[in-house]
Design a protein around this ligand. Structure first.
Ligand code: TPP
Length: 361
């Protein structure tokens, strides 16, 4: 598997180049059909519009802190399109596109970032998605456990789990890869290497040349793909999924990508990265690249694209209004959310918060 794309030989899988040309020399890799390509493109457009609207809402004071996805869309969209709808999708917090592939309403995502945890309560039997996980890499042991449970039950279901380059420095990452390797758990670890963990660049995160090569130390295969190339992301994920389903165990996919926006709306990336670098990565934008491909192949017209973008914008606006009109949570519920019996420290914080509210009012 991936013999021709060993990251230890400096190889990275790319199928669609920056000019939207598909590499016709690569054989025996699963390619997206025209119908799937259009579906992927449309999902990327709605993801981008929804994402930019969330950032704009934050600037208008209508949305609290939000982590932009801009530039990384191909990663979760391409990989989610490569697995079955009842395979487990274990997200971090930058996988909006993947949620939309699963059919999760956009309004739920907005609701979550408006501060309502219900926005991350997905009906498990309908969506097979675990809640958003902000504590870095804490989702990885859950994902391995989930994958192992499905293996134990012989359901043939696999798990696709995401984390970031920064998340590879956390102990949970290494423990998860280790157990997945030993147990041959049917899991795909998808690391979105967007080059930064807030302000910390990738080379300060690890001394290894790639993230993908770490997999070999745990006894399984790792591959680095161009994470801005939806064909490569999809192909690698399909191969890894088939491998897991056949009992081959885990795979680590490193999506080599870039966060075009800020870490979150509370961050100012101009303080730690050069404009020149951002400019170079803008040329590799996954949407522009796929747009060139669909136009060249005449799968869509410029006019249809214009209409699509307008509709996506409308859809994003409507989804936010829906989320914003959701009944607001009570102060008590916010504190009671995690524990059945609130620990004394939270009781005290609730008491102080109530006092503050009384004082303010
Ligand atoms: C356990 C833990 N430590 C610290 C944080 C604060 N924090 C939030 S995002 C982040 C950086 C994560 O970087 P990376 O894993 O590369 O993912 P990215 O945000 O770039 O998608 C940190 C340190 C956290 N959420 N959880």
């Amino acid at each position: 598997m991936f013999e021709n794309f060993d990251p230890r030989d400096g190889k990275r899988l790319q199928l669609l180049d920056e000019n939207g040309n598909l590499n016709s020399e690569v054989k025996d890799l699963p390619l997206l059909t025209d119908i799937q390509v259009l579906q992927a493109y449309k999902t990327m457009i709605i993801t981008r519009e929804a994402d930019e609207w969330a950032v704009s809402l934050n600037r208008q004071g209508r949305m609290p802190t939000y982590p932009p996805v801009k530039g990384q869309e191909a990663n979760s969209i391409g990989s989610l399109m490569a697995v079955n709808n009842d395979d487990w999708f274990v997200q971090a917090f930058r996988e909006l596109g993947g949620l939309l592939v699963r059919g999760v309403p956009l309004s739920m995502h907005y609701l979550y970032f408006l501060g309502n945890e219900m926005g991350s309560h997905y009906e498990p039997k309908k969506y097979h998605v675990l809640p958003i996980s902000v504590p870095i890499s804490s989702q990885l042991p859950h994902a391995v456990g989930l994958a192992y449970a499905e293996l134990y039950k012989k359901t043939n279901k696999i798990t696709l789990v995401f984390n970031g380059d920064g998340g590879t420095s956390v102990g949970d990452f290494h423990e998860s890869l280790n157990f997945a390797g030993v147990w041959k758990a049917p899991v795909i670890f998808y690391v979105q290497n967007n080059q930064y963990a807030i302000s910390v660049p990738r080379h300060h995160q690890t001394a290894s040349t790639t993230i993908a090569e770490k997999a070999f130390g745990y006894g399984f295969t790792g591959v680095q793909v161009d994470g801005n190339d939806i064909f490569a992301v999809h192909a690698a994920s399909r191969i890894a999924a088939d491998h897991a389903r056949k009992g081959g165990g885990p795979t680590l996919i490193e999506g080599f990508t870039y966060r075009l926006g800020a870490h979150t709306t509370a961050d100012d990336p101009t303080r730690y990265r050069e404009d020149e670098e951002v400019k170079e990565w803008k040329k590799k934008d996954p949407i522009i690249r796929l747009e060139k491909y669909v136009l060249n192949k005449k799968l869509i017209t410029e006019k249809q694209i214009e209409k699509l973008k307008k509709e996506a914008k409308k859809q994003a606006h409507a989804a936010f209004e829906e989320a914003d009109s959701f009944q607001k949570e009570s102060l008590e519920n916010t504190f009671r959310y995690t524990f059945k019996n609130m620990p004394p420290i939270l009781e005290e914080q609730l008491r102080q918060r109530r006092e503050l509210e009384r004082g303010v009012n």
